[in-house]
Ligand binder design. Structure first.
Ligand SMILES: *Cc1c(COP(=O)(O)O)cnc(C)c1O
Length: 416
C-alpha cells in the first residue's frame, strides 16, 4: 500500500521556485491541488468544511486559518487571491463579490466617521456615488479633485485625510494620473493611496511598485475578460489583508462566490495575452478614427496627441489599454447626439452595452448611460459631450471593427 501522505506530496508540486516571471505566475500560482492531482484548479462548491475534531475546529475558527465556512474563505477563492496577489506584486489579496463590494470593504476596513478622503472627480460613476452619498451618511467626507492636477489633491488634504483614491486611466476620457506622485503626497500626509487598476490590470500597470498601498479591481472586467461573472478584489500588504480587510469581509459578507472565483482564476491565465492583443487592436482603431473627417477628437493614452501620453506609456508598460473614446463632429449638442446615435445604431458587429473588458467589442454613449444621471452642467465640466462615444475594444479583427464604424461615420480610407 502507498503511504497517502507520500502520494499527496508526489502529486502536489505545491511549492513553486522563487523568482518566477509574471506570465508564469499567472498560470501557475494557486493552492496545491487535491489528492487527485488535477492540473486545472478545482472548483470547490461548498459552504462548509468538515473538521477532523472539535479541538481543530476551535483553533481554525479562532485563528481564521484553513477552512471553516465559505463566507470567510474557500479554496477556489484562495487560489484566485494568491494568483492575483502574485500578479500585482502584492503580499496578499482579498476577493469580493463585485468591484463596488471591494470599495465598500476598503472603506469599512480603513475608515471611521470623521475621516476624510480625497478622490479624483473622474473615477467610475458608482464610485463617486458610493463615496459622496453612502459613505457620507456614515460621516466619511470626500473631496473630489482634478484627475490630473496634483496641486488640487495637495490643496484638498486635511489633518483628517486618511485615504487618497485614484483610478487611471479613467472612463471614458482615459485621463491618466501620476501614481508615484500621488503615493508621495499620500504618505507625506499620513494617508494611504488606493488605485483602481481595473482599466490596465496587472498585465499593464502595477501600482504597488509605484508606491500605492492598495490596488482595487473590478474583476468583472479584464480579469474575467469574457464578460461572464461579477468579481472584485483588494491587493495589499499581508497585515492589511489579514488584520483589516479579512475580519470585515468575514462579518459583512461581500464574499466572492467560488464559481465566479474559478471563472476569474482561469481568466487570469490569458490576461497578459488578451491585454496585449486588445491594446494593439485599440491603438489601430484609435489611429483610424484620428484620420476620419467625421471625428473631432480621439481620447486614447497610446496616441501621441493624448495630454499625458508620456506618463501613460511609462506607467502602463508602453500600452494604452483597450478603452478609447471619441467625439463626432457636430455644431450643436442636439446634432452631436443625433450623429453619435447614428454611429451606434449603424453598427452590426459591436455590442451596444455598458460594460468593458470583454472579448466582444462594446460601444456606449456615456452621456445617456454611465453619465446619464449627471446634470448637463456636470457633464460639460467633465468633458462628456453628447457627441462622445466610448469603445471597449475586444478581440475581433480590427478591419471588421473599422468597417462597422464606417457604417455610421461614413466611408473613409483612413488606414494609416
Ligand atoms: C466596473 C467598474 C467598477 C465596478 O465594478 P463592478 O464589478 O461593476 O461592481 C469599478 N471601477 C471601474 C473602473 C470599473 O470599470
Amino acid at each position: 500500500m502507498t503511504d497517502p501522505d507520500h502520494e499527496a506530496a508526489r502529486i502536489a508540486r505545491a511549492r513553486l521556485p522563487e523568482g518566477l516571471r509574471p506570465e508564469t505566475l499567472a498560470v501557475r500560482t494557486a493552492l496545491a491541488p487535491s489528492q487527485h492531482g488535477e492540473n486545472s484548479e478545482a472548483l470547490f462548491l461548498t459552504s462548509a468544511y468538515v473538521q477532523p475534531d472539535a479541538e481543530t475546529s476551535a483553533r481554525r475558527f479562532a485563528q481564521m486559518e484553513d477552512f471553516t465556512y465559505s463566507r470567510t474563505s474557500n479554496p477556489t477563492v484562495r487560489s484566485l487571491e494568491a494568483r492575483l496577489a502574485a500578479m500585482e506584486g502584492a503580499e496578499a489579496a482579498v476577493a469580493t463579490a463585485t468591484g463596488m463590494g471591494a470599495i465598500l470593504l476598503l472603506i469599512m476596513g480603513l475608515l471611521k466617521a470623521g475621516d476624510h478622503v480625497v478622490c479624483s472627480r473622474s473615477v467610475f460613476g458608482s464610485t463617486v456615488s458610493l463615496f459622496a452619498k453612502e459613505f457620507g451618511k456614515f460621516g466619511v467626507e470626500t473631496s473630489f479633485v482634478s484627475q490630473t492636477d496634483l496641486s488640487e489633491w495637495r490643496a484638498a488634504l486635511r489633518p483628517t485625510t486618511r485615504l487618497l483614491f485614484a483610478e487611471t486611466p479613467t472612463n471614458p476620457l482615459t485621463e491618466v494620473c501620476d501614481i508615484r506622485a500621488l503615493a508621495e503626497l499620500a504618505h507625506g500626509a499620513g494617508a494611504l493611496l488606493t488605485v483602481d487598476n481595473t482599466f490596465c490590470s496587472p498585465a499593464l500597470q502595477r501600482p504597488l511598485a509605484l508606491g500605492a498601498d492598495v490596488v482595487m479591481h473590478a474583476g468583472t472586467k479584464y480579469l474575467d475578460g469574457q464578460g461572464r461573472v461579477m468579481a472584485g478584489a483588494l491587493c495589499a500588504s499581508d497585515a492589511l489583508v489579514r488584520e483589516v480587510f479579512g475580519p470585515v469581509l468575514r462579518t459583512a459578507g461581500m464574499t466572492l462566490s467560488p464559481f465566479n472565483a474559478w471563472v476569474v482564476l482561469k481568466g487570469l491565465e490569458t490576461l497578459g495575452l488578451r491585454m496585449k492583443a486588445q491594446s494593439d487592436n485599440t491603438l489601430a482603431v484609435a489611429r483610424w478614427l484620428e484620420r476620419h473627417p467625421a471625428v473631432q477628437r480621439v481620447h486614447y493614452p497610446a496616441l501621441a496627441s493624448h495630454p499625458q501620453h508620456a506618463l501613460a506609456m511609462a506607467q502602463q508598460s508602453g500600452l494604452g489599454g483597450a478603452v478609447l473614446s471619441f467625439d463626432v463632429r457636430a455644431d450643436t449638442p442636439e446634432a452631436a447626439r443625433a450623429a453619435a446615435f447614428r454611429v451606434i445604431d449603424s453598427t452590426r458587429v459591436l455590442s451596444i452595452a455598458t460594460n468593458l473588458g470583454d472579448t466582444k467589442s462594446i460601444i456606449t454613449h456615456p452621456a445617456t448611460t454611465s453619465h446619464g444621471r449627471l446634470t448637463e452642467a456636470q457633464r460639460q465640466a467633465a468633458g462628456i459631450g453628447q457627441g462622445l462615444i466610448r469603445l471597449a475594444v475586444g478581440l475581433e479583427h480590427v478591419d471588421d471593427l473599422t468597417d462597422d464604424l464606417q457604417r455610421g461615420l461614413g466611408p473613409c480610407d483612413c488606414r494609416p
